[in-house]
Design a binder for this molecule. Sequence first.
Ligand SMILES: C[S@@+](CC[C@H](N)C(=O)[O-])C[C@H]1O[C@@H](n2cnc3c(N)ncnc32)[C@H](O)[C@@H]1O
Length: 272
Amino acid sequence: MTDRNALPSGPTGDELKTCCAAAYSSDVVALLLGDSYHPGGTALTRRLADGLDLGEDRRMLDVASGRGTTALLLADTYGVQVDGVDYSPANTALAQGAAQAAGLADRAEFTTGDAEHLPYPDGVFDAVVCECALCTFPDKAQAAAEFTRVLKPGGRLGITDVTATPDRLPTELTGLAARIACIADARPLTEYTEILAAAGLRTVRTERHDHAMTRMINQIEARLNLLRMTAAAKLTQAGVDLDAAPAVLAAARAAVADGTLGYALLIAQKAS
Ligand SMILES: C[S@@+](CC[C@H](N)C(=O)[O-])C[C@H]1O[C@@H](n2cnc3c(N)ncnc32)[C@H](O)[C@@H]1O
């Protein structure tokens, strides 16, 4: 396995995390993506949750919880006690506010923290979920080790994430912006299962949801075209390169079509 965690000339791991958290704190991202910051949206989150054996007595963790959509859905639908952790203090505050607004503050608590150094004791969670975020973590093996550490024996991990064959990505989909956009450091599904296995998590189910990736690209394109007319200055201010966007979106759509890029669901289990 190539060690792509080494960043000899690029930004450090902490710089990447800060950059990613800042990008996903922007209101422009919310305008482009909606409430759920991953392909497949809440429908895919429900499918993931259905494989996690959840119930009212369960305690679970949402790693990289964003603005709280996944965690609040889990607390509301399954009655679980859920913690959410995200690197962005702004997202943590928004998620906590959303929990209060939804009347779920007694079942959902959000904390600012790093997936690679989770601020929780060993063996406290029945399940951990992580949606569209492992692909962005600079040290994926360390994050996987943390998932294992905080899970109880027999506990389950549910992931939905971008998959990619890095060597086949076109130049439009490499570089810092593509990395923040969950693409440039995404791995093939087999590599995710290897990383998890090395951390003591045995993959028990995988599913491909590549169409969800295409739907998200189409949605971003439609919303960008609308916002280009009404809020071009705001987009540019937020770092969106409106001139480059059509080529990037076309390259992403082609990469999904030829199997270089996709989206997958994965469930893994810690030994009992
Ligand atoms: C694509 S968004 C996904 C958010 C959410 N999981 C969802 O699906 O709606 C990625 C999130 O990962 C967070 N993030 C990035 N690096 C992180 C890290 N090292 N630890 C915790 N959160 C991180 C970002 O702040 C952002 O909220």
